[in-house]
Design a protein around this ligand. Structure first.
Ligand code: GLC
Length: 737
């Protein structure tokens, strides 16, 4: 539709019809049983609101959406199509590894491919908008939603957010909604929905860049976050939404609240009632009210009383109509696919293959003592642990996935056995033995699993069988981990160790056989001290998705070599959290492992360093990185310098490495982190092969948020590392003139 036609359509809408476009009603009101991703509000929706609502969420299926859309458009006075939105976070039916795992691949092109496949499958199911990617910087492993993030580093976070938006929106008539604006990933004490206490400097320097990159990539929608910023809920925060998001970042798309968040400004103690909340949200610039009905119940009165100018309403409605127009809904309001074509697109072989490659590149090998990995055909290996036959290898946000699609480790091991490996899978019961503290959707399914598998006698018998099997075996691979429902929304934890029974199980296996490989399924960094101590190898599998089993088997048997790098520091202890590599020095830094000076910034009972640092991950081969060669030792605003290294595969097998560029601004008018990631590149080398890697260093890379509010660089000394983790490499120095 032409813009003029859109404007004309807007002019023809009644006040109720305009307000309707800003109301998003949970799908359960259009299709009973559709997925709920929040608490239904007390206020129900009237028939008139259902007739005029501009969008819904939580429904999918080409035929279902076609029939709902048809009925809805027939009843709508102007036959304006509804938008169908859904959390397609890391896959629709082909479930990819969780976003934190995808970040570990340091492979944005692959993340883009995955998002594109997710959008193809979602679009085939009639979906127009995905509430993804989550661009929130996450540095606190207690927060369950680190699983949906791209980790602790602003640069990596931005690169991956941009890649995901590109991927989602490469599918025609599909739009990405980046979330949660802003800084939702920094809740006090790591507890979900908690207030966020950040200086404006930290907000702008570390937390906002990734959203900005997503917007520059053309994201069609942004979702405001639940948290407060400087005591004001993001949903009603005009400074955040109108001044920063709209004016500074130039976002012109649709801004949607999070589930019920307008109404929740009353619970925050920011508004006395829904009417006030609707007023504050509209003034702040929220276009669509997701599932709170504050707009549906109060906007008309606010307009008629003059408390809200109708111009604000018209601007919001126009943005929603423009989004529908961008998606082509006025010309093609119905899904082009039907259940038949949809079935051909979902779980396509190529989609599964890509999901497997993403999983393979997301795994992070943290330890490999005595090169116990890859497993050899000659060695008799017991495969056990709760994830050995668990189909649930996807996250709590894989709401459209079906665990029956998963190829389990057990299934994949059977294939490996046909290739000559002598694996003995021995199941050992469910991931969790008790559900205390797991009050959340999906608990019923979980309790059925537990009941079915956990009568004490059968558990004892299983463990007895495992222990006798491991006694005879050469190696043991333990597939351990937190449950998928222990991460994600509303899933903060203060104890980030494995479930207690799994630690005891690991200990009892270790008494029988010390040649243990521990494979850890998790949505967050965990305290893996004892796992690391008792295992010869530790491999982080994250939540690898539908193809997790084959991907793991390919890696364990050496068909592919691990190449993932930690996107978040693996803490030594939860007491260190939030912990991240780009720390400040402080005025009393610990200067080295032998610095026993008192009055230093350190703990009495724990090291400062994580167990494993950001950017770290092993391969089955080894790489040598030469000293850094700088093309010049001075940099100016109009001249770049090049930093180069030669990387050599000094091992016996082919492998991939992620070469990382870090820079430190040694002295500045604002204290700068000890190191900051400014670039990375993946390369694959055969044994003995060398390759030169170059990074261009520009003045723009050195800019930071200054007290004046401008992003500036300052002359002076800089240090630069090129290494394969955030702790490696010898620095070279250069001056910015
Ligand atoms: C949830 C989440 C958000 C999600 C939305 C819709 O509360 O915070 O990430 O997209 O509701 O499901």
């Amino acid at each position: 539709m032409q813009e003029s036609d859109l404007r004309q359509l807007l002019s023809q809408l009644s006040l109720d019809e305009k307000i309707g476009q800003l109301v998003q009603i949970p799908g359960t009101y259009y299709q009973s049983g559709s997925v709920l991703t929040g608490n239904l509000s007390d206020s129900t929706y009237t028939a008139a609101q259902l007739k005029l609502a501009g969008s819904t969420l939580g429904i999918w299926g080409a035929d279902t959406i076609r029939s709902i859309q048809k009925q809805y458009m027939q009843r709508h006075p102007h036959h304006i199509p509804m938008l169908f939105m859904l959390d397609v976070v890391h896959g629709m039916r082909t479930i990819f590894p969780a976003p934190l795992a995808q970040a570990a691949s340091f492979h944005p092109e692959l993340v883009c491919q995955g998002a594109s496949i997710a959008a193809q499958e979602a679009s085939a199911c009639g979906i127009h908008v995905s509430f993804a990617p989550m661009a929130d910087l996450a540095r606190d492993a207690r927060w369950g939603r680190v699983m949906e993030s791209y980790g602790e580093d602003p640069y990596l976070n931005g690169i991956m957010t941009e890649a995901a938006v590109d991927g989602f929106q490469s599918t025609p008539s599909f739009v990405s909604c980046i979330k949660h604006f802003a800084a939702y990933g920094a809740p006090t004490a790591g507890r979900d929905y908690q207030n966020v206490e950040l200086s404006e400097h930290s907000l702008r320097e570390f937390y906002l860049p990734a959203y900005s990159k997503g917007i520059k990539a053309g994201a069609g929608m942004v979702m405001a976050s639940f948290n407060t910023i400087e005591g004001i809920p993001a949903t009603g925060n005009r400074w955040l939404l109108r001044d920063i998001l709209r004016k500074e970042m130039g976002f012109e798309g649709v801004l949607i609240s999070d589930w019920g968040a307008i109404h929740e400004m009353v619970a925050h103690g920011f508004c006395e009632d829904d009417r006030t909340a609707a007023k504050y949200a509209m003034k702040a610039g929220i276009d669509i009210d997701m599932a709170s009905n504050a707009y549906g119940n109060h906007l008309k009165d606010l307009i008629e009383s003059g408390e809200i100018e109708e111009l604000l309403l018209d601007q919001a409605v126009y943005r929603v109509l423009s989004l529908k127009n961008r998606l082509g809904l006025f010309e093609q309001p119905y899904p082009v696919s039907d259940s038949h074509t949809q079935a051909h697109i979902l779980l396509k072989k190529e989609h599964r293959q890509t999901a497997r490659v993403v999983a393979e590149e997301s795994f992070v090998l943290l330890k490999n003592k005595d090169s116990i990995l890859p497993l050899r055909k000659s060695s008799k290996t017991v495969l056990t642990g709760p994830y050995v036959n668990a189909p649930d290898m996807h996250s709590s946000w894989a709401i459209t996935g079906d665990r029956r699609d998963s190829v389990t480790v057990l299934n994949a091991a059977e294939n490996a056995c046909t290739e000559g490996f002598s694996f003995l899978p021995v199941p050992v019961g469910p991931v969790l033995r008790d559900l205390s503290g797991l009050h959340r959707p999906g608990k019923d399914e979980l309790s059925q699993d537990i009941e079915a598998l956990s009568d004490p006698d059968s558990l004892k018998a299983m463990e007895k069988e495992v222990l006798s099997a491991v006694r005879e075996a050469e190696n043991v691979v333990l597939f351990l981990g937190e449950h998928r429902l222990q991460s994600g929304e509303a899933a903060s934890r203060t104890d980030i160790r494995l479930p207690e029974w799994q630690i005891e199980f690991l200990r009892s296996v270790h008494e029988q056989n010390s040649r243990i490989v521990s494979v850890i399924f998790t949505g967050r960094p965990l305290d893996l001290r004892e796992v690391s101590e008792l295992s010869k190898a530790v491999l982080i599998a994250w939540l690898p998705g539908t193809e997790g089993g084959p991907a793991l088997m390919n890696l364990l048997t050496g068909k592919c070599s691990p190449s993932g790098k930690l996107p978040m520091s693996m803490p030594y202890h939860v007491g260190q959290v939030p912990i991240f590599y780009s720390q400040y020095a402080t005025g009393r830094p610990v200067t080295g492992p032998n610095d026993d000076t008192f009055y230093r910034s350190r703990y009495l009972d724990c090291p400062n360093d994580p167990l494993y640092p950001f950017g770290y991950g092993l391969s089955y081969t080894t790489f040598q990185i030469s000293d850094v060669q700088l093309s010049a030792s001075t940099l100016t605003c109009d001249r770049t310098i090049t930093a180069a290294v030669t990387v050599t595969n000094t091992g016996q097998t082919k492998g991939s490495e992620v070469i990382q560029l870090y820079i430190q601004d040694v002295t500045a008018s604002v204290v700068r982190p000890l190191r900051e990631l400014k670039g990375f590149t993946r390369l694959s080398l055969t044994p003995g092969e060398s390759r030169q890697i170059h990074f261009s260093i520009t003045e723009e890379m050195l800019r930071f948020h200054s007290p004046s509010g401008a992003f500036i660089s300052e002359k002076g000394l800089f240090r630069l590392w090129i290494s394969n983790s955030s702790i490696g490499g010898d620095p070279v120095e250069f001056q910015l003139l």
